[in-house]
Design a protein around this ligand. Structure first.
Ligand code: MTE
Ligand code: MO
Length: 202
């Protein structure tokens, strides 16, 4: 006797449960960037952790490869209303990065800063505890340039604009500082389950 009817997925109900309000499921992986992918030479690539203007720690690409690696699988949600299920990522969690740097978080706020001058704010609480990583791989392959390679931030439980591509560093800030989209009317926090799209949303 086949048990498929009981164990098989029911995409409609499953998708409905996994989709935050106002989102639809896509199987594609849309590319959303302000401009073309910056050309980044791995020999020149640096990842720097800062407290304000002061560097706390910095890694070359080779040094970054030696950090502990974590895999994560789950759903991502873009504010333009697409969601993608079961995406597979690999990278270095912020917890492992801070530990490797021998640094205790000096403030509760961070600004992710990118090679294309994009930036976005994320509170430490949303990045720590294994909730975010600096991802270098997607679907088992090195991250492509269009999706933010060599390395991007991945904060899957917030709208995807918070997942800064072409990441060059994370800066601890004294206050919660707005980044590129937050300065242009997008929400300071960006929780898809609370539909925090625009600064006027609760
Ligand atoms: N550096 C950088 N990061 C960025 C962006 C960008 O323009 N520059 N776009 C953001 C936006 S608005 C979204 S929705 C996601 C899109 O990521 P994807 O192109 O991999 O789907 O990247 C975010 N990270
Ligand atoms: Mo976006």
């Amino acid at each position: 006797m086949s048990t498929r009817g009981f164990t098989g997925r029911r995409p409609g109900a499953d998708a409905a449960r996994r989709l935050p309000p106002g989102q639809y499921e896509t199987r594609d992986f849309p590319v959303l960037s302000l401009g073309p992918a910056p050309v980044i030479d791995l020999a020149q690539w640096r990842f720097t952790l800062r407290h304000g203007a002061r560097p706390l720690a910095s890694w070359t690409w080779e040094q970054f490869q030696a950090l502990p690696r974590t895999r994560w699988q789950g759903d991502i949600h873009c504010v333009t209303t697409w969601s993608k299920f079961d995406t597979e990522w690999e990278g270095v969690t912020l917890d492992d990065l801070l530990q490797a740097a021998g640094v205790a978080a000096p403030t509760p706020y961070l600004l992710a800063q990118s090679y294309d001058d994009y930036d976005t704010n994320v509170p430490l609480a949303e990045l720590a505890g294994g909730r975010a990583m600096i991802a270098t791989h997607f679907g088992g392959q090195p991250l492509t340039a269009e999706h933010g390679g060599p390395a991007r931030l991945l904060v899957p439980h917030l709208y995807f604009w918070k997942s800064a591509k072409w990441l060059k560093g994370l800066k601890f800030t004294a206050r919660d500082e707005a980044g590129f989209w937050e300065l242009r009317g997008y929400h300071m926090h960006g929780d898809p389950w609370r539909e925090q799209r625009f600064s006027s949303d609760d």
